[in-house]
Design a protein around this ligand. Structure first.
Ligand SMILES: [Zn+2]
Length: 113
């Protein structure tokens, strides 16, 4: 019996090679010096992954300027503060909602019929 599927998984080998070189190339020029090379900047834990979706802090490799890759012209400190306020507000509302639902559920289940 001849086997036809011998070279089936040879196709994927070269597929993700072109992307590997772009690790430090942000594509967004630094607002101060125009350099396109930047590394990830410090990210406060309280902003977490939610904040990282909205904002991406990077540090320019040329002039050490810290900026937001998604909004290079905005003031990063202000953005971080607004994000922290927003995330805390959302978290606070979430906790209130959970407690409220819990109370409603308790009242519903304890309600004698
Ligand atoms: Zn720069």
């Amino acid at each position: 019996m001849p086997r036809h599927d011998d070279d089936y998984d040879d196709d994927d080998d070269d597929r993700d090679r072109p992307r590997r070189r772009r690790r430090n190339n942000t594509g967004v020029p630094c607002p101060k010096c125009g350099c396109r090379s930047a590394r990830p900047g410090p990210w406060p834990w309280y902003l977490g992954t939610v904040g990282a979706i909205v904002c991406r802090a990077v540090i320019c490799n040329e002039c050490e300027h810290e900026y937001d890759q998604k909004k290079p012209d905005a003031n990063l400190a202000t953005r971080k503060r607004n994000l922290a306020i927003g995330i805390n507000a959302v978290g606070f509302l979430g906790i209130i909602a959970v407690i409220g639902l819990l109370v409603v559920w308790l009242m519903y289940t304890m309600n004698p019929r």
